[in-house]
Design a protein around this ligand. Structure first.
Ligand code: NAP
Length: 302
């Protein structure tokens, strides 16, 4: 059988694309390599998605999923896409669970947290080093934790960690944060949060578990030590686009053209995995809707 649309990725972008393609009565399937919902599932609190003053990422993800199911979107979890073969009028989406023939593809695969590359980082994953405060914050009740990064992820997760930890120290390589101003204001006003500016983590050290980080001031090269029980790393995102043979920027983010098209006809892109000035749930949802309508128009023109 040949699908009209195969959507790759079950986050807000992919699920929104699913809602729109089903409302267009297209024959579609959504493939997801883990569970449906996307990155927001591990976000404690969302307070900038219009219509919801405050909602947990998990609850919002489930609402997106329910909404797509209401329109009959077929979804398959635990399926990893390994490649897309462009056969002209159809594409062959190759996966760990077999191949899917389709007229169009919407890539909405999001991103994965970037590793810091510091000495000791990999050795202590699960023993003090984490990339997910919502998953692991609980283990740091009344402890001291270091958060690395100055973007929205670092700042919002640092704020979340103050609910459990007794002290949260944000280490940032510059003296200005990149995060949204309102998030900065919340962090600066939180008495449990302190900052170490102009510094990078040279080493994460300990015996069985993390005991300290060794910092280097990038302006003076001076080394210093902070005793800590945990290190939460939020130093940016790597797009999950390795399987896709379409034009990308030097970071691997897919270059979008008009209507969320990619450099390959019939393949569209939506959400965080594309080149974009803003990575938010609101922008992912908009991308998903546009990609779906573009796929519909493309199929009509075949
Ligand atoms: P990001 O915006 O790319 O920020 C990454 C941070 O890590 C930057 O502060 C960067 O420093 C720092 N960094 C990068 N490489 C580093 C290294 N090797 N050593 C030390 N520090 C390093 O990533 P993000 O915070 O994960 O956010 C990704 C996207 O999601 C953004 O568009 C963000 O707005 C969005 N987001 C939004 C919210 C929200 O509540 N609105 C929440 C989470 C994420 P520099 O600043 O010096 O480059």
């Amino acid at each position: 059988m040949v699908y009209d649309v195969v959507i790759i990725g079950g986050g807000p972008a992919g699920l929104t694309a699913g809602i729109y393609v089903k409302r267009a009565m297209l024959n579609a399937i959504l493939l997801e390599r883990t569970g449906i919902g996307g990155q927001i599932i591990i976000t404690d609190l969302v307070e900038n998605y219009p219509g919801f003053l405050e909602i947990s990422g998990g609850d919002l993800g489930r609402k997106f999923e329910e909404h797509a199911q209401k329109f009959g979107l077929e979804t398959k979890s635990m399926v990893e896409v390994t490649g897309i073969e462009d056969m002209g009028e159809t594409k062959l989406v190759k996966t760990t669970e077999g191949d899917f023939d389709t007229k169009t593809v919407i890539i909405a695969t999001g991103t994965t947290p970037r590793k810091l590359g510091a000495k000791g980082e990999l050795q202590f994953i699960g023993r003090g080093v984490s990339y997910c405060a919502t998953c692991d914050g609980f283990f740091f009740r009344d402890k001291i934790v270091v958060v690395v990064g100055g973007g929205d992820s670092a700042i919002t997760e640092a704020i979340f960690l103050t609910k459990m930890a007794k002290q949260v120290i944000i280490v940032h390589r510059r003296d200005k944060l990149r995060a949204e101003k309102i998030n900065q204001e919340h962090a600066f006003g939180n008495t449990k949060i302190s900052f170490v500016w102009d510094s990078v983590v040279d080493e994460i050290a300990g015996k069985q578990v993390v005991e300290k980080v060794i910092l280097r001031n990038v302006k003076t090269d001076a080394l210093s030590e902070i005793k800590t029980d945990g290190v939460f790393i939020y130093v940016g995102l790597i797009p999950n686009t390795g399987f896709a043979d379409v034009k990308k920027d030097e970071g691997g983010f897919i270059i979008p053209y008009s209507g969320q098209a990619t450099s390959v006809r019939g393949i569209f892109v939506a959400g965080d995995c594309r080149v974009t000035p803003l990575r938010q749930i609101a922008t992912a949802v908009g991308d998903g809707a546009i990609a779906a309508v573009s796929a519909e128009r493309y199929i009509e023109g075949l």
